[in-house]
Design a protein around this ligand. Structure first.
Ligand SMILES: C[S@@+](CC[C@H](N)C(=O)[O-])C[C@H]1O[C@@H](n2cnc3c(N)ncnc32)[C@H](O)[C@@H]1O
Length: 262
């Protein structure tokens, strides 16, 4: 997977290229990161990439021309290294919410060209002409698209085969389809007893893998029902809950209503 990013702050991408799981995967050449600064594709002494908005109003707008030239250079570079054609993705609050499924799709693809906006945003003509998809990190406004792109790259790279030490660990993560899209169960590690804390659930010390798997599934159901009941409904609609799951959910809802405040 090859990721290109058009950004006024290329150094920011060092975070995902050089550290942790994504950094190790980059060293292993499981993916590659190329950050491009539109300022390098300007011809004036100030390396201007923004201008005032037509119609007036506050702030500045990123100009289409330096972005077009950057995109052209990326495409030439990708062609020279035999990289496949990939979508141009604009990071934007108006984009489709980025989900685990989007991360999986990106990880299974040849990559993407991310366009990171700054200021008030980007000249709409560039978007209309060149952008294939728009992705949002959430319903809030960031100062720029870089942090959104970095979060999305991280989410995708850790799904690449070989990126995680234990290949199966992403299968147990929240939102993964292998868990019916439910939230993850709680985790515990040494020491076995911690002052002032409840004891570790005994089943985790039992060595009985079937019982441990059952406990984890039930914990996932419980945590999801508590924090994200919408994900339970979605799993149910998609036929991903077993009879045992449904029985357990009924049981905990009866128990929790027993304890409900009058
Ligand atoms: C200050 S924001 C512009 C916000 C824009 N005027 C608006 O209200 O929708 C600058 C850039 O940050 C990025 N950005 C901001 N919030 C984002 C989000 N929630 N998801 C993805 N990118 C975001 C976009 O690339 C955007 O062009």
């Amino acid at each position: 997977m090859r990721i290109d990013a058009m950004t006024l702050f290329p150094d920011m991408f060092g975070i995902v290229r050089d550290s942790g799981v994504t950094g190790r995967a980059h060293t292993q050449k499981l993916w590659s990161m190329h950050a491009w600064n539109p300022r390098d594709f300007t011809h004036d002494v100030h390396r201007t990439v923004d201008d005032r908005p037509y119609g007036g109003g506050p702030g500045m707008v990123m100009m289409a021309e330096p972005l077009e030239k950057t995109l052209e250079a990326i495409r030439i570079d990708r062609a020279a290294s035999d990289s496949q054609d990939v979508p141009v993705v604009l990071l934007s609050p108006i984009g489709k919410p980025f989900k685990q499924a989007t991360a999986s799709r990106l990880a299974a693809s040849a990559g993407a060209i991310f366009v990171c906006g700054r200021y008030e945003g980007i000249d709409q003509r560039f978007i209309d002409k060149h952008v294939d998809e728009q992705w949002s990190l959430g319903d809030f406004v960031l100062s720029g698209g870089e942090i959104a792109a970095i979060a999305m790259i991280d989410a995708a790279v850790r799904l690449l085969p070989g990126a995680l030490h234990h290949g199966d660990s992403s299968l147990q993560d929240s939102f993964q389809d292998s868990l019916s899209g439910l939230l993850d169960s709680p985790h515990y590690t040494r020491p076995e007893s911690l002052e002032g804390a409840d004891p570790i659930p005994p089943v985790l010390l039992s060595g009985n893998h079937a019982n441990i798997a059952k406990w984890r599934r039930q914990q996932s159901l419980m945590v999801t029902a508590k924090y994200r009941p919408d994900l339970i409904s979605r799993a149910r609609e998609n036929g991903l809950l077993s009879r045992d799951d449904e029985r357990f959910l009924k049981e905990i809802s009866i128990n929790s209503s027993d304890h409900a405040a009058p």
